[in-house]
Design a binder for this molecule. Structure first.
Ligand code: HPA
Length: 270
Protein backbone atom coordinates (compact mmCIF):
# COMPACT_ATOMS: atom_id res chain seq x y z
CA UNK A 1 0.00 0.00 0.00
CA UNK A 2 2.75 2.51 0.89
CA UNK A 3 4.33 2.02 -2.56
CA UNK A 4 1.01 2.90 -4.21
CA UNK A 5 0.59 5.94 -1.96
CA UNK A 6 4.10 7.12 -2.84
CA UNK A 7 3.50 6.60 -6.55
CA UNK A 8 0.25 8.59 -6.48
CA UNK A 9 1.76 11.28 -4.25
CA UNK A 10 4.69 11.67 -6.68
CA UNK A 11 2.28 12.02 -9.60
CA UNK A 12 0.26 14.70 -7.79
CA UNK A 13 3.33 16.71 -6.74
CA UNK A 14 4.49 16.73 -10.36
CA UNK A 15 1.11 17.96 -11.64
CA UNK A 16 0.17 20.35 -8.82
CA UNK A 17 3.57 21.77 -7.81
CA UNK A 18 2.54 22.88 -4.32
CA UNK A 19 0.09 21.11 -2.04
CA UNK A 20 -2.44 23.28 -0.16
CA UNK A 21 -3.08 22.61 3.54
CA UNK A 22 -6.83 22.13 3.11
CA UNK A 23 -8.84 19.63 1.10
CA UNK A 24 -12.56 19.08 0.68
CA UNK A 25 -14.52 16.06 -0.45
CA UNK A 26 -17.75 16.97 -2.23
CA UNK A 27 -20.55 14.48 -1.80
CA UNK A 28 -23.80 13.83 -3.67
CA UNK A 29 -25.03 16.70 -5.76
CA UNK A 30 -22.42 19.21 -4.63
CA UNK A 31 -20.02 18.80 -7.54
CA UNK A 32 -20.95 22.19 -8.98
CA UNK A 33 -19.08 23.85 -6.11
CA UNK A 34 -15.86 22.52 -7.66
CA UNK A 35 -16.68 24.40 -10.86
CA UNK A 36 -16.25 27.67 -8.94
CA UNK A 37 -12.54 27.01 -8.39
CA UNK A 38 -10.27 29.57 -10.07
CA UNK A 39 -6.96 28.78 -11.75
CA UNK A 40 -8.05 25.17 -11.59
CA UNK A 41 -5.91 22.18 -12.45
CA UNK A 42 -8.38 19.36 -13.06
CA UNK A 43 -7.24 15.75 -12.89
CA UNK A 44 -10.01 13.22 -13.62
CA UNK A 45 -9.69 10.31 -11.19
CA UNK A 46 -9.15 7.88 -14.07
CA UNK A 47 -5.93 9.72 -15.01
CA UNK A 48 -4.45 9.51 -11.50
CA UNK A 49 -2.51 6.30 -10.82
CA UNK A 50 -4.19 4.00 -8.26
CA UNK A 51 -7.20 6.29 -7.67
CA UNK A 52 -10.52 4.43 -7.42
CA UNK A 53 -13.12 5.59 -9.95
CA UNK A 54 -16.82 6.01 -9.31
CA UNK A 55 -19.69 4.23 -10.99
CA UNK A 56 -22.62 6.21 -9.54
CA UNK A 57 -24.61 8.92 -11.27
CA UNK A 58 -23.99 12.26 -9.52
CA UNK A 59 -20.50 11.24 -8.38
CA UNK A 60 -18.27 12.04 -11.40
CA UNK A 61 -14.75 12.05 -10.11
CA UNK A 62 -11.94 14.55 -10.46
CA UNK A 63 -9.28 16.04 -8.25
CA UNK A 64 -9.31 19.81 -8.63
CA UNK A 65 -6.59 22.05 -7.31
CA UNK A 66 -7.39 25.75 -7.36
CA UNK A 67 -8.63 28.75 -5.46
CA UNK A 68 -12.05 28.44 -3.91
CA UNK A 69 -13.21 31.71 -2.35
CA UNK A 70 -9.57 32.90 -2.41
CA UNK A 71 -8.35 29.82 -0.56
CA UNK A 72 -5.87 27.44 -2.16
CA UNK A 73 -7.49 24.06 -1.87
CA UNK A 74 -7.67 20.54 -3.19
CA UNK A 75 -11.17 19.46 -4.07
CA UNK A 76 -12.06 15.82 -4.38
CA UNK A 77 -15.05 16.16 -6.66
CA UNK A 78 -16.98 12.98 -6.06
CA UNK A 79 -15.98 9.88 -4.15
CA UNK A 80 -16.33 6.13 -4.35
CA UNK A 81 -18.33 4.02 -1.93
CA UNK A 82 -17.97 0.54 -0.48
CA UNK A 83 -21.26 -0.50 -2.10
CA UNK A 84 -19.55 -0.11 -5.50
CA UNK A 85 -17.35 -3.05 -4.52
CA UNK A 86 -14.44 -1.21 -2.94
CA UNK A 87 -12.99 -1.94 0.49
CA UNK A 88 -12.82 0.92 3.01
CA UNK A 89 -9.07 1.00 2.42
CA UNK A 90 -9.65 1.63 -1.29
CA UNK A 91 -12.39 4.20 -0.61
CA UNK A 92 -10.04 6.11 1.69
CA UNK A 93 -7.02 5.81 -0.62
CA UNK A 94 -7.22 9.45 -1.85
CA UNK A 95 -7.28 10.69 1.77
CA UNK A 96 -4.28 8.52 2.63
CA UNK A 97 -2.41 10.14 -0.24
CA UNK A 98 -3.44 13.65 0.87
CA UNK A 99 -2.32 13.00 4.42
CA UNK A 100 0.99 11.59 3.12
CA UNK A 101 1.37 14.85 1.14
CA UNK A 102 0.92 16.90 4.32
CA UNK A 103 -2.66 18.18 3.92
CA UNK A 104 -3.74 19.27 7.41
CA UNK A 105 -7.48 20.02 7.20
CA UNK A 106 -10.14 17.88 5.58
CA UNK A 107 -13.70 19.04 5.04
CA UNK A 108 -16.04 16.18 4.22
CA UNK A 109 -19.55 16.70 2.90
CA UNK A 110 -22.32 14.22 2.30
CA UNK A 111 -26.02 13.76 1.82
CA UNK A 112 -27.63 11.98 4.74
CA UNK A 113 -30.99 10.71 5.89
CA UNK A 114 -32.33 12.56 8.91
CA UNK A 115 -33.00 10.30 11.90
CA UNK A 116 -33.44 13.06 14.48
CA UNK A 117 -37.14 13.95 14.18
CA UNK A 118 -36.31 17.66 14.57
CA UNK A 119 -34.28 17.65 11.35
CA UNK A 120 -35.90 18.85 8.13
CA UNK A 121 -34.90 18.19 4.53
CA UNK A 122 -32.42 20.91 3.55
CA UNK A 123 -30.90 21.24 7.03
CA UNK A 124 -27.12 21.20 7.41
CA UNK A 125 -25.61 19.20 10.27
CA UNK A 126 -22.07 19.52 11.58
CA UNK A 127 -20.94 15.99 12.43
CA UNK A 128 -19.90 15.82 16.08
CA UNK A 129 -19.11 12.10 16.07
CA UNK A 130 -19.86 8.94 14.14
CA UNK A 131 -20.96 5.36 14.58
CA UNK A 132 -19.59 2.61 12.32
CA UNK A 133 -21.26 -0.75 12.75
CA UNK A 134 -19.68 -2.21 9.65
CA UNK A 135 -16.83 -4.72 10.03
CA UNK A 136 -14.46 -3.16 7.50
CA UNK A 137 -11.89 -0.45 8.31
CA UNK A 138 -9.65 1.68 6.07
CA UNK A 139 -6.80 0.80 8.43
CA UNK A 140 -7.01 -3.00 8.01
CA UNK A 141 -3.68 -4.51 7.01
CA UNK A 142 -0.13 -3.65 7.96
CA UNK A 143 0.02 -0.21 9.59
CA UNK A 144 1.67 2.53 7.55
CA UNK A 145 3.88 4.08 10.22
CA UNK A 146 4.86 6.97 7.91
CA UNK A 147 1.24 8.13 8.11
CA UNK A 148 0.06 7.30 11.63
CA UNK A 149 -0.01 4.97 14.61
CA UNK A 150 -1.46 1.46 14.67
CA UNK A 151 -4.24 2.30 17.14
CA UNK A 152 -5.36 5.89 16.49
CA UNK A 153 -7.42 7.69 19.11
CA UNK A 154 -10.88 8.72 17.89
CA UNK A 155 -12.10 10.74 20.90
CA UNK A 156 -11.75 14.01 18.99
CA UNK A 157 -12.29 12.87 15.44
CA UNK A 158 -14.32 16.02 14.69
CA UNK A 159 -12.59 18.83 16.63
CA UNK A 160 -14.85 21.37 18.30
CA UNK A 161 -12.60 24.12 16.97
CA UNK A 162 -13.68 23.43 13.37
CA UNK A 163 -17.33 22.91 14.32
CA UNK A 164 -17.24 26.36 15.93
CA UNK A 165 -15.90 27.88 12.72
CA UNK A 166 -18.84 26.31 10.88
CA UNK A 167 -21.26 27.54 13.57
CA UNK A 168 -19.99 31.12 13.27
CA UNK A 169 -20.24 30.94 9.47
CA UNK A 170 -23.83 29.71 9.78
CA UNK A 171 -24.67 32.50 12.19
CA UNK A 172 -23.26 35.10 9.81
CA UNK A 173 -25.67 34.02 7.08
CA UNK A 174 -28.66 33.26 9.34
CA UNK A 175 -28.40 29.54 8.55
CA UNK A 176 -29.45 27.03 11.20
CA UNK A 177 -26.59 24.60 11.79
CA UNK A 178 -27.61 21.31 13.36
CA UNK A 179 -25.12 19.20 15.23
CA UNK A 180 -25.26 15.46 15.49
CA UNK A 181 -23.91 11.95 15.21
CA UNK A 182 -23.55 10.38 11.75
CA UNK A 183 -24.14 6.64 11.44
CA UNK A 184 -22.39 4.80 8.62
CA UNK A 185 -24.36 2.09 6.82
CA UNK A 186 -22.90 0.26 3.85
CA UNK A 187 -25.91 0.48 1.52
CA UNK A 188 -26.63 0.45 -1.37
CA UNK A 189 -30.14 -0.28 -0.14
CA UNK A 190 -31.60 2.36 2.09
CA UNK A 191 -32.07 1.17 5.66
CA UNK A 192 -35.07 -0.68 7.01
CA UNK A 193 -37.36 1.07 9.47
CA UNK A 194 -36.07 -1.24 12.20
CA UNK A 195 -32.47 -0.34 11.42
CA UNK A 196 -33.26 3.36 11.64
CA UNK A 197 -35.09 2.83 14.93
CA UNK A 198 -32.05 0.92 16.24
CA UNK A 199 -29.65 3.66 15.06
CA UNK A 200 -31.82 6.24 16.78
CA UNK A 201 -31.64 4.31 20.06
CA UNK A 202 -27.85 4.11 19.61
CA UNK A 203 -27.67 7.90 19.43
CA UNK A 204 -27.46 8.61 15.70
CA UNK A 205 -29.00 11.78 14.26
CA UNK A 206 -28.30 11.11 10.59
CA UNK A 207 -27.38 8.15 8.41
CA UNK A 208 -25.36 7.78 5.24
CA UNK A 209 -23.22 5.49 3.12
CA UNK A 210 -20.00 7.47 2.97
CA UNK A 211 -17.53 9.69 4.84
CA UNK A 212 -16.59 7.43 7.75
CA UNK A 213 -13.85 5.52 5.85
CA UNK A 214 -12.27 8.82 4.79
CA UNK A 215 -12.56 10.31 8.28
CA UNK A 216 -10.86 7.34 9.93
CA UNK A 217 -7.99 7.55 7.42
CA UNK A 218 -7.76 11.32 8.01
CA UNK A 219 -7.63 10.97 11.80
CA UNK A 220 -5.01 8.24 11.39
CA UNK A 221 -2.96 10.77 9.38
CA UNK A 222 -3.39 13.49 12.02
CA UNK A 223 -5.65 15.61 9.86
CA UNK A 224 -8.32 17.83 11.39
CA UNK A 225 -11.77 16.96 10.08
CA UNK A 226 -14.88 19.04 9.62
CA UNK A 227 -17.87 16.93 8.57
CA UNK A 228 -20.95 18.56 7.07
CA UNK A 229 -24.02 16.48 6.30
CA UNK A 230 -26.99 17.90 4.55
CA UNK A 231 -30.30 16.25 5.14
CA UNK A 232 -31.59 15.07 1.78
CA UNK A 233 -34.50 13.04 3.14
CA UNK A 234 -35.98 11.81 6.36
CA UNK A 235 -34.56 8.35 7.06
CA UNK A 236 -36.71 5.25 6.55
CA UNK A 237 -39.79 5.23 8.74
CA UNK A 238 -39.24 8.76 10.09
CA UNK A 239 -41.79 10.34 7.75
CA UNK A 240 -43.38 7.21 6.30
CA UNK A 241 -42.37 8.17 2.75
CA UNK A 242 -40.41 5.82 0.49
CA UNK A 243 -36.83 6.78 -0.41
CA UNK A 244 -35.26 7.18 -3.85
CA UNK A 245 -31.89 8.33 -5.17
CA UNK A 246 -33.71 10.69 -7.57
CA UNK A 247 -35.27 12.50 -4.58
CA UNK A 248 -31.85 12.77 -2.92
CA UNK A 249 -30.36 14.31 -6.09
CA UNK A 250 -33.36 16.64 -6.47
CA UNK A 251 -32.99 17.86 -2.89
CA UNK A 252 -29.32 18.63 -3.56
CA UNK A 253 -30.30 21.45 -5.93
CA UNK A 254 -31.90 23.33 -3.03
CA UNK A 255 -28.93 22.89 -0.69
CA UNK A 256 -26.10 23.84 -2.98
CA UNK A 257 -26.52 27.60 -2.43
CA UNK A 258 -26.63 27.26 1.37
CA UNK A 259 -23.53 25.08 1.47
CA UNK A 260 -21.68 27.37 -0.92
CA UNK A 261 -22.30 30.32 1.44
CA UNK A 262 -21.20 28.30 4.44
CA UNK A 263 -18.06 27.03 2.72
CA UNK A 264 -17.06 30.51 1.53
CA UNK A 265 -16.90 31.66 5.13
CA UNK A 266 -15.46 28.44 6.57
CA UNK A 267 -12.60 28.46 4.04
CA UNK A 268 -11.91 32.05 4.94
CA UNK A 269 -11.46 31.14 8.59
CA UNK A 270 -9.91 27.68 8.53
N1 HPA B 1 -29.77 6.48 4.20
C1 HPA B 1 -28.49 6.22 3.83
N2 HPA B 1 -27.78 7.03 3.06
C2 HPA B 1 -28.37 8.15 2.65
C3 HPA B 1 -29.69 8.48 2.98
C4 HPA B 1 -30.42 7.59 3.80
O1 HPA B 1 -31.60 7.80 4.15
N3 HPA B 1 -29.96 9.68 2.38
C5 HPA B 1 -28.83 10.05 1.72
N4 HPA B 1 -27.87 9.14 1.86
Amino acid sequence: MIEKIKETAGFLIERLNTIPSTAIILGSGLNNIADMAEDAVILPYNTIPNFPTSTVEGHEGALVRGKLFSKEIIILKGRVHCYEGYSMGEVAFPVKVLSYLGVKNLIVTNAAGGINPCFEVGDVMAITDHIKLSHDSPLFGKNIDEIGVRFPDMTEAYPEELINIAAKAAEKFGITLRRGVYAYMSGPNYETKAEIKALSILGADAVGMSTVPEVIAAVHGNMKVLGLSWISNKAAGVSGEKLSHEDVLKASKSISHKLTLLLSEILNKI
